[in-house]
Design a protein around this ligand. Structure first.
Ligand code: ARG
Length: 405
């Protein structure tokens, strides 16, 4: 009888390297490692590093190892909808990790189908949101598949995992250990653990990788113009770029001004409050621009309804419900809303800030002749009097009858 197969989401780090062997030894699986490039090693030139990761998986005992370049798919299918929906969990976090988990799960399931595996696996612990996102996504798109969570199950400390690996000659890299738990992709970088677990302590500079310290930011502000078409950014300073490249370019330029650092206490789905440090220069710049362009282009009832739904959308994504009926229905709403969100936003970048310096759109709803206070005014002031009287009528009736009670 041949051993059952499992496709493991493989990062190349200690935990998932040990997991390959653990799944074989403890559960009898043949492990196929799947390393997915979502831009964690930079927008360009990730191929060499991903190949090193692939070979490491084989050295650790995987029967096969595949690399998936999913950068464009991540940008187009996951980040794009998040931009359209202006998603910021708790009003702050652009959902960096939450957006990548459904994509990674989708590939694990695909590779499982292609290699005859009946199981997939992830390297999450039991305390985080990511386990929920992997497993609930799997339930949504492949309800038959088995999901293994070796790290959650083995209960080994980091040191014990190293010893366990060394006893078996598993070539894990322990030298480059950082005290932080990092997750990274095109849309941003997350950091937890170590000194960050004290919410009173400022994050040490070494935590950051995509933004300069304010003290090192240039003394001259810089401008960057984003062009949007149907709600998505399509060009930077007039230069057209595909979404993945565009995000990387904005990330680099905003990060050079110290933009994008987020320090927050976050409500996890599993009930814990955790201190999180995020670095999302490109995400915050793009979201700020997009939201502003919506203010110019969306009719006000639609805009107000959309703002109310954005928080709900972010919460669904955060909570692992990317593939769910409500999220799908909200996507339809958002898609319709983006039809006229086209134009340009001029962003200023300086010493940690990214602000809207100007915006314009050929189909925007700003009408200068209605808004102006100068002689070109076309607004009919005579109609205001009657409007105000009727608008205030219920208030007046209330005040007379009940206001003084
Ligand atoms: N707290 C963030 C979230 O839930 C970041 C998670 C980062 N994941 C990780 N394995 N380090 O989305």
């Amino acid at each position: 009888m041949t051993a059952p197969r499992l496709v493991l989401a493989y990062s190349g780090g200690l935990d998932t390297s040990v997991a390959i062997r653990w799944l074989a030894e403890q559960k009898g699986y043949e492990v196929v490692a799947c390393a997915i490039d979502v831009g964690q090693v930079g927008a360009d030139g990730g191929a060499e590093e991903m190949e090193r990761v692939r070979r490491r998986a084989l050295d650790c005992g995987a029967v096969d190892a595949v690399v998936v370049d999913a950068r464009n798919e991540f940008a187009d299918d996951f980040v794009g909808p998040a931009i359209a929906a202006n998603t910021l969990y708790m009003g702050k976090y652009p959902l960096v990790s939450a957006l990548s988990r459904p994509l990674i799960t989708r590939h694990l399931v695909r590779v499982a189908r292609e290699t005859g595996a009946a199981a997939i696996g992830h390297g999450c612990t039991g305390k985080g949101n990511d386990q929920v996102r992997f497993e609930v996504t799997a339930m949504a798109i492949a309800p038959d598949i088995v999901v293994e969570a070796p790290i959650r199950e083995w209960g080994l400390s980091r040191d014990a995992a190293i010893v366990w690996a060394q006893e078996r000659d598993i070539p894990v890299q322990v030298k480059t250990h950082s005290p932080y738990s990092i997750d990274e992709n095109l849309w941003g970088r997350t950091a937890e653990c170590g000194i960050l677990e004290d919410p009173w302590e400022s994050p040490p500079e070494e935590v950051f990788a995509r933004s300069v310290a304010l003290a090192d930011a240039p003394d001259e502000p810089e401008e960057l113009t984003l062009t949007f078409a149907d709600g998505l950014p399509v060009a930077v300073d007039g230069k057209e770029l595909d979404l993945a490249r565009l995000i990387a370019e904005v990330d680099r330029r905003a990060g050079a001004h110290g933009v994008g650092r987020i320090d927050m206490v976050e409500d996890r789905l599993v009930g814990i409050k955790s201190r999180e440090i995020y670095e999302c220069p490109g995400a915050l710049t793009i979201l700020t621009a997009h939201r502003d362009l919506e203010d110019l282009c969306l009719e006000q009832e639609l805009a107000q309804e959309k703002r109310g739904l954005e928080g709900r959308y972010a919460q669904l994504v955060y909570n692992g419900l990317w593939f769910s009926p409500l999220k799908k229905a909200l996507d339809a709403f958002v898609a319709v809303s983006q039809r006229y969100v086209s134009g340009e936003v001029r962003m200023g970048l300086y010493k940690g800030s990214a602000w809207v310096a100007g915006r314009r759109s050929p189909i925007g709803l700003y009408d200068h002749d209605l808004a102006t206070y100068d002689a070109s005014d076309r607004f009919d002031h005579t109609q205001a009097e009657g409007f105000v009287r009727l608008w205030g009528l219920p208030t007046k009736v209330w005040a007379r009858r009940q206001g003084s009670l």
